[in-house]
Write a protein that binds this ligand. Structure first.
Ligand code: ATR
Length: 280
């Protein structure tokens, strides 16, 4: 069904910098149309120095829902009226809901990761997880791992202090978290069931590797938060590992955002269609 814009059309949007590459407008517009909701979804490129004003604009323009992407996920927190429990731990917001002028912050990235693992792996055999990185998406993924009931989480990062900071923020939720420096990754590589790249390494084809990917074994699961097939993912394919790119994490974070805004969880047919839409 196509929407005719009129006086009742509701506005949804995404704030990011850059934002032109975002698949969210295509994705969410499809869902609004599919479910007959009179709404539009617009990308807005917001510079970091304007984010406070941009959040206030949500109230002024009565924007019903906003997705937040890089680099604003952390900085928006102080301008919102209330935060979900997940946000209090993850310290990043990717979805805002405007209820009568009050702005509520949520994080659905953790759910995207959680659902991606739940739906795609043959069986959930993850006892020990190795998470590489300590940047934007790392905290959401660690939250997802805790919800998946993994026994042990090992965080490794080039800058160890950042990994230690994350450990300290999560230790009340999960006792079995350890930190190792990235250069010592080989010490634990064989003992982990899943290796998760949350860094930006692999995004550019610049030849930088996080570790020697030949040390991966075929019974390990490889997850790369990057949407495209990275060198790490290609090595996982070559070795015959189960692997996942960030593709489904992106889909399910958006599905959850749509549910937060509309109380509708899209059906499987819609999810199938979204998968086709954003693969192009
Ligand atoms: P963010 O995700 O917060 O936007 P980023 O620049 O993409 O930021 O970096 C995220 C992660 O990638 C960080 O853990 C970063 O390591 P540092 O904390 O040591 O900076 C990691 N990273 C980026 N480039 C890297 C590289 N060449 N080798 C190892 N890790 C790298």
């Amino acid at each position: 069904m196509n929407i005719t814009i009129n006086g009742n059309t509701e506005i949804y949007c995404i704030y990011g910098h850059p934002v032109k590459h975002s698949k969210s407008p295509i994705f969410q517009t499809f869902l609004f149309q599919k479910y007959g909701i009179n709404a539009i979804y617009i990308p807005f490129e917001i510079k970091p120095e304007n984010i406070k004003d941009a959040i206030n604009a949500i109230r002024i323009f009565n924007i019903k829902g906003t997705n937040i992407t890089v680099p604003h996920k952390e900085s928006v927190i102080s301008y919102l009226d209330d935060l979900s429990d997940e946000v209090k731990t993850i310290k990043a917001v990717n979805t805002i809901k405007n209820i009568d002028g009050k702005l509520y912050g949520y994080n659905t990235d953790w759910y995207g990761f959680y659902e991606s693992i739940k739906r795609n792996l043959k069986e959930n055999k993850i006892k020990t997880a190795l998470v590489i990185g300590a940047g934007g998406s790392t905290r959401a993924i660690i939250f997802g791992l805790i919800r998946l009931n993994v026994d042990h989480i090992i965080i490794t990062n080039r800058t160890v202090s950042k990994a230690e900071e994350i450990k300290n923020d999560f230790i009340n939720l999960h006792k079995e978290i350890s930190v190792i420096p990235l250069e010592e990754i080989n010490k634990c590589l064989l003992d982990v069931d899943i290796i998760i790249n949350t860094t930006s390494v692999g995004l550019k084809d610049d030849g930088v590797d996080l570790f020697d990917y030949d040390n991966i074994s075929s019974n390990q699961i490889i997850f790369d938060v990057i949407y495209k097939e990275t060198k790490l993912i290609k090595k996982a394919q070559e070795k015959g590992c189960e692997y996942l790119t960030g593709h489904d994490m992106l889909i399910y974070q958006g599905i959850k955002a749509f549910e937060i805004w509309t109380d509708i969880y899209p059906n499987e047919e819609s999810i199938f269609h979204i998968r086709k839409l954003i693969s192009h």
